[in-house]
Design a protein around this ligand. Structure first.
Ligand code: MD3
Ligand code: FE
Length: 221
């Protein structure tokens, strides 16, 4: 072979983003992982939201969350003046939360496996809807029965700046940009880190319009 024309990187596609970005010891972003699933995911999302509409909930402190929420799966997360909890019924309708669509479950399990967590069995999918200006303040997710399982989060629509903090509220946060189709998996030692989302910037997403949708899959019960 002619050493001058030999290209060491011929197959490496260096202009493409790395598929897996590690953001913590047991956390990573799977860039674009949800994109091939979208045509199945979006109709399933519509069906869930028709049965359990998005609604803005009240925190125990009396503030209305800027993010609108719904859930599917056996358990759904809710908050009101009396506290945070997982329930088997949607308090709006009094009916059980919609069943978790198979495509949701399969995607969450495939992403967890890709991140090194075999046999993730989520029983809850929280659906968060952010419009421009909506945010989520720094918090920990501590309402689940066990912290052994990871959490899988799917970002769709407008971009977000995710804050990935430490184990005390005052610890410095890392900023992680999350784009349409990205999936983040958090587990093990990173499971109880503080985290949040900066206010969403104005914009129009070609597929989802003026919003960001986030699915958060958990083993809650
Ligand atoms: C990081 N949602 O619903 S992804 C939440 O984008 C929530 O809507 C954000 O925080 C969103 O509770 C962030 C989910 C997430 C969940 C658990 C975590 C991020 C995490 C646990 C540890 C570190
Ligand atoms: Fe959270």
């Amino acid at each position: 072979m002619n050493p001058i024309t030999f290209d060491l990187f011929a197959d490496a596609e260096p202009q493409q983003q790395p598929r897996l970005d590690r953001i913590g010891e047991q956390s990573c972003v799977l860039r674009g992982f949800a994109l091939p699933w979208l045509d199945q995911l979006l109709p399933a999302l519509e069906a869930v939201l028709a049965a359990a509409p998005l609604r803005q909930m009240i925190t125990p402190g009396g503030f209305t969350m800027s993010v609108a929420l719904s859930s599917c799966g056996a358990l759904g997360w809710t908050t009101d003046r009396s506290g945070y909890r997982y329930t088997r019924h949607d308090p709006l309708s009094g009916k059980p939360w919609p069943k978790m669509p198979e495509v949701f479950f399969e995607l969450a399990q495939a992403a967890a496996r890709e991140a090194g967590f075999a046999d993730f069995v989520p029983d809850s999918c929280l659906i968060n809807r952010y419009v421009p200006g909506a945010k989520m303040s720094l918090h920990q997710d501590k309402d689940e029965t066990s912290y052994a399982a990871p959490i899988v989060s799917v970002s769709l629509g407008l971009p977000a700046m995710f804050l990935f903090g430490g184990f005390e509220r005052s610890d410095k946060s890392q900023r992680v940009p999350l784009l349409h189709g990205d999936i983040v998996v958090w587990g093990g030692v990173d499971r109880l880190r503080y985290h949040g989302v900066l206010p969403i910037k104005d914009g129009q997403h070609p597929r989802l319009g003026e919003q960001r949708i986030n699915f958060t899959f958990r083993t809650a019960g």
